[in-house]
Design a protein around this ligand. Structure first.
Ligand SMILES: Cc1cc2nc3c(=O)[nH]c(=O)nc-3n(C[C@H](O)[C@H](O)[C@H](O)COP(=O)(O)OP(=O)(O)OC[C@H]3O[C@@H](n4cnc5c(N)ncnc54)[C@H](O)[C@@H]3O)c2cc1C
Length: 387
């Protein structure tokens, strides 16, 4: 059945993605979860296939395609390996988004182009131990000294650490960031290996195994003045837009997680024989659970692709983008939880792969921004009659 949002170009990219997933990702998905090792080779391979360059303009070495195409790629990969889409998101949407919006032609040539082709891996460091989602409380500072910026401080819970060749870092450049407008924050390009840049060990997380999330530190870390990315003190607007792109992307990723879990449970229930009948035929409760899961998935699909259609029509989708992450995390967690229940004892065995979807869905409600913080942000938009 062809969906209303499909066309020839999108179908072609989806076909490439399907082949990549089937031949190269699927055989590795469980091993990445078990080993918790960052899949550098798969991310680079995605780059070779153009899957990291979908929305990057052609002038910057990308494919210049639309956001819906990008969503289709993420959904397809997340059905098999949600964590690969997480690594892709930090690379293309958070760090890559800032480079695309704020970069000079030279910065784009040096960093965005190779990143789009998967030749280098990016990470984006914003979150700090203090401050939560209020960037005005950030303490990582950058001070201009002659032809250099000197960074001191630290970031926590940063994806792609260790694997990244280049870190895009948010630091305070004013005496104190404005608590309302948050002016006073700037973005910097910090290549791996820069003296004074410390890379921690990846944390052991509930889900998203392999995304290498951890702390980084800056101790008299000097970068050339040319590594300031965008206007001094004025990174916030671009941060807001790149974060929105990342929240949006949680919609198709969650959809993929839910579909992956549902498909496993559906197939299992039709194969498992109990008292001479398949589980599907024997238990109404199983059948009805599957219908409920199917309905939740199709509702989420509608929300995801109608929001992306609006995004492609030029709307920023600040509110619905945030809601895609909130609703996506909720639906994927519920569907994955029900899938485990349908599969019974087999469902809790790691090697089956279905409980991994539930763990990854749970992290979706926190990583990048908590569902509560996003809901609160949307309620403030409601107060200002933006929605
Ligand atoms: C796996 C993973 C990967 C990550 N990758 C990156 C990355 O690449 N780059 C990066 O910069 N950051 C990254 N982060 C950090 C992420 O953005 C933060 O964890 C997230 O914003 C939540 O912040 P926090 O952990 O400080 O929680 P806190 O802000 O301390 O919040 C704790 C809890 O308080 C409640 N809460 C918080 N704020 C509100 C609010 N406004 N309204 C109502 N309730 C609220 C929620 O229940 C929330 O879960 C990652 C996090 C994880 C878990």
């Amino acid at each position: 059945m062809s969906m209303w949002f499909m066309n020839e170009d999108r179908e072609a990219v989806l076909q490439t993605t399907r082949e990549f997933v089937e031949k190269e990702v699927a055989p590795r998905a469980l091993e990445i979860d078990a080993s918790d090792e960052f899949p550098t080779d798969l991310l680079k391979r995605a780059g070779e296939l153009g899957l990291l360059a979908i929305t990057v303009p052609e002038a910057d070495g990308g494919l210049g395609m639309d956001q819906t195409t990008h969503a289709l790629v993420l959904e397809e990969i997340a059905k098999t390996s949600p964590v690969l889409t997480v690594a892709m998101g930090a690379h293309t949407l958070l760090a890559g988004g800032l480079l695309q919006m704020l970069g000079t032609p030279e910065q784009k040539e040096t960093y965005l182009k190779p990143a789009a082709m998967g030749e280098i891996i990016l990470a984006c460091g914003s979150t700090e131990a203090v401050g939560g989602d209020d960037q005005a409380e950030f303490t990582t500072r950058a001070v201009r000294e002659g032809d250099e910026w000197v960074l001191n401080g630290g970031k926590v819970l940063i994806s792609n650490i260790g694997a990244a060749d280049v870190y895009i870092i948010i630091a305070v450049t004013a005496d104190k960031p404005d608590p309302v407008t948050k002016t006073g924050l700037s973005a910097f390009i910090v290549p791996a290996g820069t003296p004074g840049l410390g890379i921690g060990q990846p944390e052991h997380k509930l889900g998203w195994h392999g995304s290498a999330t951890g702390s980084i530190s800056f101790s008299q870390c000097r970068v050339p003045a040319a590594n300031l990315l965008g206007p001094q003190d004025g990174a916030l607007q671009a941060m807001f837009i790149s974060a929105t792109a990342e929240f949006l992307s949680c919609g198709p990723v969650s959809l993929g997680i839910a579909e992956g879990a549902y498909e496993m449970a559906r197939a299992y229930s039709m194969e498992r024989i109990q008292m001479g009948q398949t589980q599907f035929d024997r238990f109404q409760v199983t059948r009805h659970k599957l219908v409920k899961m199917y309905t939740a998935i199709e509702s989420l699909r509608g929300l995801v692709y109608s929001t992306y259609a609006q995004r492609d029509a030029g709307e920023l989708e600040l509110a619905r983008g945030r809601l895609l992450k909130v609703e996506g995390a909720r639906v994927s967690e519920e569907v994955a939880r029900d899938a485990i229940q349908i599969m019974g004892g087999v469902g809790v065995i790691r090697e089956t792969g279905v409980e991994r979807f539930w763990r990854d869905a749970k992290v979706m409600a926190i990583g990048g921004a908590s569902a509560e913080a996003l809901t609160e942000a949307v309620s403030q938009m409601m107060r200002r009659a933006m929605i």
